[in-house]
Design a protein. Sequence first.
Length: 320
Amino acid sequence: MILAAGFGTRLWPLTEDRTKPAVPFLGKPLVAYSVEYVHRFGVRDVVVNLHHQGDSVRAALGDGSSFGCRIHYSIEDEILGTGGAIDRAKELLDGDDFIVMNGKLVTDIDLAPALAEHRDRGAIATLVLLPNSKLERFTIVQRDGTGLITGFDGFPDPEHQHADVPLMFTGIQILSPRIFAYIPRSRFSHTTTEAFPAAIAAGNRVVGHVGSGNWKEMSTLERYLDESIACARAVGGSNVIGQGSRVDPGAEVSESVLWRDVTVDAGAVVTRSILGDGVRIREGVRIVDSIVVRAEIVREIERGRVIGDLLVAPIRPVLD
């Protein structure tokens, strides 16, 4: 199952006309990477939950045939959280162990060792973890000496010296159908705050498998831009240019992401910014550390300002 129902508020205004998993990364929707990932490990039936701008995910995945999978959509009229989403899809998931992952990930972590440990240890759940060496804002996962998860703490404090590098949950997990006994029925819930603690308290094994490999999580604008530019630099560039986009030779564009059908005219300057579909930056306009989308797609302005036919919002929210 791929979780794709969130509002994507931290990626606003890029998520005005699509959900976060439908945001393109290097020209491909994030959720497509997730489907390709689980397919690599033998998954052929994939459940995807939908809520906010669900049609954008349907447009990206269709029936799954182009990925060698069958896609089954689980519609949420009200957002249900990770636990509620799994509960709603119970009829599609029940019967055998299944994988659940967030639809905003790009990763090459080898899942085979986690699958083997899950089976060998008879776990009710196995969460794939990574060391959080940068002390980013991801919940700390506590394990005992045998690798079983004992609890979930707050975020690491960069100002505090940790005795060990904290572990974080990657959003990739393997679940036994036995987990349904610990997920509240027909309501909003999260697995890390309700289902997993309840399962642990009842004596079940919730394994914390420490994986390795590349893992990119696109939940903030800064992280999305940084990861995009890092990939561009890896192939000798400094920008990501989408299909149908055109940068005039007289324009200056650096460390930026241009989606589809973007135009940057001569004399315009774009630096460390993200330009949404169909945006045109005209001569003399300077865009720095900003997100730019067509104003016509924005229903309510949360921050930023309208300039002509564009909404320009800062990447970093301005604090009062």
